[in-house]
Ligand binder design. Sequence first.
Ligand SMILES: Cc1cc2nc3c(=O)[nH]c(=O)nc-3n(C[C@H](O)[C@H](O)[C@H](O)COP(=O)(O)OP(=O)(O)OC[C@H]3O[C@@H](n4cnc5c(N)ncnc54)[C@H](O)[C@@H]3O)c2cc1C
Length: 514
Amino acid sequence: MHTDSRFLENNSLVQGDICIVGAGAAGISIALDWKDSPYKVILLEGGGFEYDDQVQDLMSGTTSGQRYFPLRSTRLHYFGGATGHWAGMCSPFDPIDFMERSWVPHSGWPISREDLDPYYAKAHQPLQLGPYNYAFDFWKKELPNLNPLPFDDKVVWNKMWQFSTARFGPLYKEELVKAKNIELLTYANATSIRLREGSAEVDHIQVKNHAGKTHRVKAKHYILACGTLQNTRLLLASNTQHTQGLGNEHDKVGRFFMEHLEVPVADLWMAAPFPTDLYSWQYGKTKAAAELAISGAAQEKEGILNGTLSLRPLVFGKHTKARMDTWQNEDPRKSIDNMFRSWDEAQLAGKEEKGAIERAFELNIRIEQSPNPESRLSLIREKDELGVPKTNLHWALTGLDKRSVRRIAELVGQQAGLSGIGRVQLREFLRDKNDSTFPDTTNGGWHHMGTTRMSTDPKKGVVDANCQVHGIPNLHIAGAACYPTSGAPNPTLTLTALSLRLSDRVKTLLKRPV
Ligand SMILES: Cc1cc2nc3c(=O)[nH]c(=O)nc-3n(C[C@H](O)[C@H](O)[C@H](O)COP(=O)(O)OP(=O)(O)OC[C@H]3O[C@@H](n4cnc5c(N)ncnc54)[C@H](O)[C@@H]3O)c2cc1C
């Protein structure tokens, strides 16, 4: 069932068994998991089914530190969330990503890759991916011409990816609207979470919209699935009963913001043409492809972060503007148009180039960001139209990030030399080993992670191993905000898996006698 909350009588009370706040990949995957169950599910979405400028404005905020995209255009504020413009690249985190690594400060998840494996497999359904199999040998049998570069896989291996074209809004709207046990409320912006007086439990969530209506939603369990930045903002802004916000007794909410650094780091000049389809993909066409990944053993030996490298023809890469330059419009539609226009221009310019450059590739890195408490989201004085304080995102990188980027490019360079396939030339910004800064053109991947990190110790994290906010038994967080470390792969497959694991957990909690 669907209700537009702008047309509900002011001060309405909506009640259910669970309340999911936010209908993006995380929230919709959980809601689908509860479809046809005996429980009543309330799914709150701040936007409607289509883009709306006034609603999008609620995402606005400021940035500081390492140059970042405008916050207003990094997340879509309507049903389906950021899947409305994501690229769909999916690959699971490696086992090492979950481990405590002595050379990576603040690393270590309280759960392992094995804990998440069944949920990775399940997450393939809403994301409409192929089999849960990321072994190179499996795909080599399935697809033609996956010819790997002849590198030593003890150092550099081929990490496989699959590609989703799932846009959750159009894909799941009808199914959710028709579901008898689900009430989807659109234009229902959660603006504050209220605890029951004298109790640590959530009593209700306050919901507002631009029609001037305020409503209350009551449930037994609450799952925040508003995306990393909005989940965190909601906890911080719920500060009428606890001045520091909810779950923030130890000043951890908002800290450890992480992105993936996605930057061209080097050029690979091949000695001879190397025909392969392994390292390239086309939206909507490619089933699986690989990136060059650094082995766990090499990460440990070198004391570096996890990272992967993708290859794109240098004739194209050389003319491509940094996404951090093209994606600077506050309007998400203009930002994406600018980016596509710059790619078209690069394609045209590349067509003019002939000769040896046709055998050259640009190596683009994607690397986990080292967890840093100073990289953080915090509230600012200015409020949005619904009266909720806006946020400032301070993106702060460390020397370990820069050293890892450089070393990964060097390791691939060594492999290229040793195997005799070619030579790697590092980009200018990596040449001075004493320089730990990143240029303004450094891209993020629009991947918002951390800020309500997972830890069994309430002093070190905001949620426990089950994604429950420490100290608030009926409040849970779904999404990449819970990541203690960010892995190298794009986040959505992992956050969907984690959300489905949380979904199971809440089912168990609801079955417990009160
Ligand atoms: C251009 C781009 C390309 C990307 N490419 C990839 C990729 O290739 N692979 C990958 O893995 N990831 C990619 N991502 C990231 C990916 O889109 C996100 O990780 C993922 O969609 C996040 O899902 P989510 O459900 O956690 O959050 P969101 O998608 O942000 O969904 C949150 C939902 O909550 C709603 N909401 C927010 N605040 C409130 C509130 N207060 N009350 C009620 N509702 C609220 C929002 O409207 C939204 O519908 C990309 C992102 C962008 C922007």
